[in-house]
Design a protein around this ligand. Sequence first.
Ligand code: ZN
Length: 504
Amino acid sequence: MKTARLSAIYLEENLFAERIRIEAIIRPGLPVFRITGTNGRSRDREERIRTALLASGIQFPYCTVLVNLSPADRVKGSALLDLPIAVCLMLAIGVPGLRRRIDRQTLFLGELSLTGEICDLPELAAWALCGADAGFSRVFLPLSAGTRLPQSAVSWIGVRHLSDIIEGQVEQVGLILEPLIRNLPAFEIPDRILRMLLLAAAGKHGLLFVGPPGSGKSVAARLLYELLPDPDAVERRRIIKNGLLFRDMDLTGTRPLRQPHHSITVTGMVGGGTPLRAGEANRASDGLLLLDELSEYDRQVIEALREPLESHEISHNRGGRPGRLPARFWLAATANPCPCGYFNSKGRVCHCSRIHTDKRKQLLSGPFADRIDLQTVYEKGMPAVLRTADDLIDIRRKILRAVEIQRARNGSAYNGELVGLGVDDFCTLADERADRVWLEIRENTISRRRSAGIRRLARTIADLDEASCIRAEDLLEARSYSLPENFWEAPPPLAARLKPRRRA
Ligand SMILES: [Zn+2]
């Protein structure tokens, strides 16, 4: 009896990678070839594999050949499993020299044709990157697929035919990613708003501008995308992988920018459905999710974003098994405080009813807004300063430095992604004065979540100054990026301010 084992991956719903084990046994008996553990799918697989092996010059054994895929309860219908099964059989048959070249960290990907040719498929590059994440260090795949994948610690090994694997005629492949070049034109922006953009970009903090129409808040929120730090190698590989998994076209590793229309559904925003599809929040992962006119979105859509803002992923239940899709985005949102937009505005009088403003108050001071660390009122006519290309180079340099400091301290997490114990561990206070200010903030802030947000933001302010601990002034500045406490206190109703008309 001859046996062999090989590891492979299976991508459920083309989104979730699962490591599976292939076992092959060749034993004396009737000439039968059976594959079990596919949960009833792909019954024609045996014929395809047998024909491909024969076409590659392998004498198929005239005895009982059994292959099992485990765990057995999953449906493993994809034709992409034909190749690893064929390789596992070749190991069991004892093809000379093959065992030496294959170990447990070797993965085989590709569609096996009847002639033994290894063909490319659109989803193959996504499988390969998921395989790398699952711990495989060498991936054999069709040459054309290898040229789409960024070079990394994993060896991408290009092959054309099953006989290439048998004879060891392989080629190391991989794409060297071009550096991303971004040009930003000069623009005018108020100092305070620019400072908030800088903090949001450096620490991955959520950003919310509330103000009347035409104040420039949408343009400023969009500007955040231009200031985002360039992705490092890990982020870039993740962006490419998500792009492949979610079927987005741009595969250069540029940070995504998603601006969903306010008619979007909950499923469209956070994913869902059968089969499971990614939503805009997933597609914006490692990039910017821009929500213009927040209050126009369905309330449930906004509430659904609470989970990714807290945990940076979205959980889905798939037939009793949990599945998590990434959602590590920067959030920038704008909102009018009322339908006309001039509630509490210096320039004009608001004519809206109390019911409308109360609705927005609930949204912009509720649990969703608590998760947004940077908030301000963006008034019309705030004095703006022209920023030149040199200013922007300087701003980008500061952001990159702050990101480097965070990576050295927090690992892969940005300050804005710290939750729970991470906030206390990494956001240490400098001295007694900072302690006093922090206690005062904690006592006077309505929610614990909001006060944690202030401390995270203070950490980013300190990082921009390259200070090792949070100082009192960092906490005070962080607290200043909130809507004024009395913002929602309505001015007297319009009718009371106007003189009653005399009846004719
Ligand atoms: Zn109004």
